[in-house]
Design a protein around this ligand. Sequence first.
Ligand code: FAD
Length: 317
Amino acid sequence: MRVIDLIKDNKKTAFSYEILPPLKGTGIGKLHETVEMLKEFDPKYINITTHRSEYVYQDMGNGMFQRNRLRRRPGTVAVAAAIQNKYDITVVPHLLCSGFTKEETEYVLLDLQFLGITDLLVLRGDKAKHESSFVPEEGGYRYALELQEQINNFNKGIFVDGSPIKAVDTPFSYGVACYPEKHEECPNLDTDIYWLKKKVEASAEYAVTQLFYDNQKFFDFVAKAREAGITIPIIPGIKPIKRAAQLSVVPKTFKVDLPEELTKEVMKCKNDEAVKQVGIEWCVAQCKELIAHGLPSIHFYSVAAVDSIKEVAKQIY
Ligand code: FAD
């Protein structure tokens, strides 16, 4: 069942979460543990992130360094298929512009089609670590909107070189990203919403937000998006704070503010165990308010926070 149908059919606010493919060489066991831990809360779908390759420098021991291309977290498609097969849960692999050519994307779409995976989250992707700003791959795309066009053409039976696809099975269905506190590169929120509307007009069926800790910012964003004529479901993305260091890491990484009240509570904590409890309580309060507003789904960012999410889910589902 497609994500859009799962969230529309569900009478109560659906539970879903995002996982990362394992670091290269570490195996899939830990991911299975995560899925097992959160199974009891009846996740409607699980997203699997995608990570571009990076350049790393290997010390050759002779004063020389060799530049190698490395994908630290390969395997999105395989992880999606493994989870779908083992747990019979809808999976949503992320598809990126960043680091991929349109031909490589086409092969990923074909693999997904063969595996019967038809839900996607379509994104531009993060910039490479060695770059100061986003640089599209040669033969790739700059914006998620362009990647959407390729998927829409695939759904219509057209390959990137314009040739026909003989067998188009179930078409891909997809969501996109959005940012209640605006995307870092966008000059203002209205412009960001303008581009979100373009993504909706290009067939995005729902949008998932960047994580946030202040519900009012989410509600204001949704109101602005509705005023701009965006009617698709906007799914809040949430992650409980677990460590005091996140007070500076979260704003830097995700370009979001942490509310003063949450910051003060974290600063009062004597250790990270206490911070974890504050994070859980804050997240539960956020979720309760979101559920009271009749949101179709809450999406949890689970990286390094699975145990906290389990606690939150116990209290709200
Ligand atoms: P876009 O929608 O392309 O927007 C990028 C910027 O350009 C915005 O400022 C927008 O306002 C502007 N813009 C959009 N279209 C146009 C246009 N046509 N012309 C001019 N300006 C335009 N990153 C990963 O690498 N892997 C992941 O798995 C991943 N998962 C994510 C999941 C979620 C739910 C979210 C919210 C983010 C995720 N990210 C991931 C991060 C994301 O890739 C980055 O935030 C990226 O910088 C922007 O992606 P986007 O799809 O929103 O880009």
